[in-house]
Design a protein around this ligand. Structure first.
Ligand SMILES: Cc1cc2nc3c(=O)[nH]c(=O)nc-3n(C[C@H](O)[C@H](O)[C@H](O)COP(=O)(O)O)c2cc1C
Length: 196
């Protein structure tokens, strides 16, 4: 029997010991311990070019750029939950994460323009984001972006782990309460998938 992935984690930070990736790994490990089939993709290693806004996907729902994003599109169409982990750069998601998000325009086109095409399976989407400062509005922009990104993927933006005050690689490991929150998120996702 084909045992499909139930939770797919996407790591956007290229740093060794990246805070966002450490949290993602913790969530995935805990979800797996709870019986959830997980997969991690390091999107920062992929060649994902920025959307050109060319309209090439307008009538087909297929992006005309030829790069690694075409390995990801089929995965986004599987009924797995998604968890994106990214650093905050200049009060928004880093360029690696944003290029990936913008390329989901082809899927937005399928959902809202080409209504004849089948919808992507429903599911949940989560965000992990880490920033160095403690600004009150640090995560405002990513939250809004993720809501609309996940809507394009037919996912419900179901939760996030937004961590301010972590600058250097690995800094998050010293924050016990945050690491525990990551474990709790993994457990909650596993419990949800087990109950379906
Ligand atoms: C180009 C760049 C821009 C950044 N901009 C912000 C920012 O606007 N606000 C903030 O709090 N931290 C900012 N940071 C700090 C990172 O968000 C912080 O170090 C975070 O922990 C990185 O996550 P990572 O370890 O997962 O890569 C910036 C870092 C870089 C390299």
């Amino acid at each position: 029997m084909h045992r499909s992935v139930q939770l797919r984690g996407l790591a956007a930070s290229p740093r060794q010991g990246a805070n966002s990736t450490l949290l993602l790994d913790t969530v995935l490990a805990e979800a797996e311990r709870g019986g959830c089939r997980v997969e991690k993709i390091e999107i920062f290693r992929l060649n994902i070019r920025p959307c050109q806004g060319c309209g090439g996907c307008d009538s087909t729902g297929v992006c005309v750029l030829e790069d690694d994003m075409h390995r990801i599109y089929p995965l986004l169409q599987e009924p797995a939950d998604i968890i994106l982990a990214a650093p905050i750069y200049f009060y928004t998601l880093s360029a690696v994460a944003k290029a990936f998000i913008d390329r989901s325009q082809a899927l937005w086109v399928r959902k809202y323009r080409l209504r004849s095409q089948p919808l992507l399976p429903r599911g949940d989407g989560y965000l992990i984001a880490t920033g160095a400062t403690r600004g009150k509005r640090l995560f405002e922009c990513p939250r809004l972006t993720m809501r609309y990104f996940y809507d394009a993927l037919n996912r419900n933006y179901a939760g996030d782990l937004l961590v301010p005050g972590v600058e250097n690689e690995g800094a998050v490991l010293a924050k016990e309460a945050v690491m525990e929150e990551a474990c709790a998120l993994g457990r909650a996702i596993a419990a949800k998938t087990n109950s379906m």
